[in-house]
Design a binder for this molecule. Sequence first.
Ligand code: SF4
Ligand code: SF4
Length: 249
Amino acid sequence: MPIHEKSLIRPEDLVEGSGEAHIIDGVDVSGHWSTFIKSRVVKDYNEDMEAEIAALPGGEFIHRCWQCGSCTNACTVNAINPDFNPRYWIYLIRTGMEEELLRDKDIIWQCVSCHKCSYTCPRDVLPEGVMKATAHWLELKGHTPKSHSTVFDEVFAEQVIKTGKIEEGRVLRRFLTRTGQPLLQGWVLTMALRMIRHFPIKLMIHMGLANFIHPRTSGWGRARAAIEEYVEEQEAEHRKALKLDQPAE
Ligand code: SF4
Ligand code: SF4
């Protein structure tokens, strides 16, 4: 019988005995003799999962992983939540264990993009990118709602594509509005006060005016058209890789 490390088994998959005392020849042998691991039946194997995630930005090098665990060992989030395990998720993706991966769908987005995993990975898998691609895959497949991080990316990209400029104040205002958050929050006020104290007055006036004037980079029209075409192509490719436009069987 194989020996399993208990910490790697989900508690709901462990069946333990009644806890009654077992005395044999006067020796107390009660404990965990009658502990069983429920057999797993894989009924949702998704043989395309690795290819689907590899088709999204950041997931390209997932095939290089040799499961050394250095990424998880270095991970900032894993240090405070052992369930956050990039190595394990890469294993599940590569073996097509979709149902098992979905059990952790609500924590995968928690990656803080510190890149410690990518720095330490001996195979240049770029696990940070894989985490991003996986979170994106979960959203595209409808397993998780759009995260605030995705909404921020959308607001940021929309503005850059439209105007050729980054106006931080406007990005922040739109992000807060689109995610249903109040414009005046403690951290926003603290940041504004610090900016007033430390930023040059000219820059502050520029940032304030940008909320109303919406400055644009001159001659941006052609660049915008090319970027929009590229984004459209990429989104179509991602939808194709994930078979999102195919009618349900
Ligand atoms: S550090 Fe790299 S090779 Fe090692 S498990 Fe993580 S992703 Fe795979
Ligand atoms: S980038 Fe994400 S997965 Fe990588 S170490 Fe940081 S928190 Fe962990």
